[in-house]
Ligand binder design. Structure first.
Ligand code: HEC
Ligand code: HEC
Ligand code: HEC
Ligand code: HEC
Ligand code: HEC
Ligand code: HEC
Length: 230
């Protein structure tokens, strides 16, 4: 855990209205704040978007993750990625957040109960998902949103996706092991060892540098882990 508190304090200093105690302004208006021509930032041949041009206009057609009937939520991934890899918007630009009560999009049901501690880290976690050397960013590059690993709910600080979440897109241990024998010593296989089928997240960290757990006991060489130390 090494998320700095700096971003949060800066954000609160710059936008007093965003703090939890106060009533929140309605979500931002994309067309007057930044995108005079909203059509210009949408995918080619996208349908005409009408309405107030805040995030509600998009949701006239775009469904929440739980209703898209797909494993991925490309719309969510693209919107978050655009707004967190270079510029960093406040979550409250689009979401309506009430501490201890609800985290929602306008007109939609709440997807979770944000606590103060989690809300300190979410802007940085989201920015690092959008762009960083960490494994979550390998996934955002393929338009994989938070919901593919965490479900359609607000991830909280103790969230740790189970192996079956990874199996939804990746092979199981047996198949993985067949792909990853050690280079000179096949038995030095991260996915086939005397440890058995342990949690993927023992080695693969989504929001920090990954590290091969075997090497806490062994000193032999192993193939490098993706999104690990360079
Ligand atoms: C009138 C309906 C409608 C509105 C309103 C709308 N969209 Fe879409 N959008 C679509 C359709 C249909 C697709 C094609 C994607 C699909 O096959 O599901 C799409 C695709 C997209 C995609 C490509 C990702 C994907 O899911 O395939 C993005 C990004 C996107 N829209 C962003 C937006 C944004 C941002 C807004 C609001 C400013 C918006 N859309 C409003 C209908 C709409
Ligand atoms: C520019 C607008 C925008 C901003 C800013 C934004 N979101 Fe979202 N968020 C969306 C949209 C659009 C969706 C998907 C809408 C839907 O499911 O209908 C969404 C959905 C989500 C979901 C549901 C799971 C998923 O992956 O779809 C989570 C969790 C979430 N946002 C977290 C955050 C957090 C945390 C922040 C701030 C760090 C943030 N969002 C900032 C627009 C935004
Ligand atoms: C919605 C599908 C999806 C889910 C869920 C998912 N992944 Fe991925 N994962 C991908 C895709 C797509 C890539 C990119 C593959 C590529 O670039 O070839 C990827 C890449 C990876 C890589 C890097 C592979 C490489 O060769 O660089 C690892 C490691 C990985 N995922 C582990 C996990 C783990 C662990 C979980 C569970 C916490 C998980 N993934 C959940 C789809 C998914
Ligand atoms: C003991 C540490 C460890 C555990 C536990 C682990 N991995 Fe890995 N994983 C690695 C290492 C190291 C590599 C790189 C191996 C290589 O390239 O030969 C890797 C590579 C991968 C890749 C890329 C494979 C490819 O096609 O080249 C995927 C996908 C992956 N792991 C998914 C998973 C999933 C899913 C789980 C849980 C079922 C898991 N890993 C558990 C260490 C681990
Ligand atoms: C590829 C799967 C994947 C995606 C995509 C993903 N996460 Fe995670 N998340 C994880 C895993 C695995 C953990 C467990 C801790 C770790 O490995 O870093 C985790 C942990 C967390 C935690 C608990 C705090 C922590 O760092 O342990 C939060 C909060 C969180 N994720 C938020 C998000 C948000 C917000 C998004 C989207 C912007 C997101 N995650 C996208 C896999 C993912
Ligand atoms: C908690 C410590 C620990 C961890 C973690 C661990 N091992 Fe081991 N490993 C041992 C011990 C103890 C032995 C038996 C003594 C020996 O021969 O070194 C052993 C033996 C081995 C051997 C046979 C002996 C050799 O050196 O070739 C291999 C191969 C091996 N481990 C691979 C792995 C792999 C791959 C991982 C990660 C998936 C792993 N180990 C994780 C402690 C550990």
């Amino acid at each position: 855990m090494k998320y700095t508190f700096l971003l949060f304090f800066l954000a609160v200093a710059a936008y007093p209205a965003v703090g939890f105690a106060t009533e929140q302004e309605p979500p931002g208006k994309c067309s007057t704040d930044c995108h005079r021509d909203i059509q210009a930032v949408l995918p080619e041949n996208h349908m005409i978007v009408e309405g107030e041009n805040n995030i509600s206009s998009c949701m006239q057609c775009h469904l929440p993750a739980s209703e898209t009937l797909r494993d991925t939520h490309v719309f969510s991934a693209k919107v978050h990625k655009k707004h967190f890899s270079e510029k960093k918007l406040e979550c409250t630009y689009c979401h309506i957040i009430k501490e201890g009560l609800s985290f929602a999009l306008p007109g939609r049901e709440s997807i979770g109960i944000p606590d103060e501690q989690t809300m300190k880290f979410l802007p940085e976690i989201t920015a690092e998902w959008a762009k960083s050397p960490f494994l979550a960013a390998v996934h955002s590059a393929k338009d994989i949103a938070c919901s593919s690993c965490h479900g359609n709910k607000l991830p909280l600080l103790d969230d740790k996706p189970a192996n079956k979440v990874c199996f939804g897109c990746h092979a199981d241990y047996e198949e993985l092991a067949a792909k990853t024998p050690g280079k000179d010593h096949p038995s030095r296989n991260p996915h086939g060892s005397h440890l058995g089928p342990i949690n993927c997240t023992v080695c693969h960290k989504a929001h920090e540098i990954s590290a091969t757990y075997c090497l806490t006991c062994h000193t032999f060489d192993m193939n490098p882990i993706p999104a690990g130390k360079q």
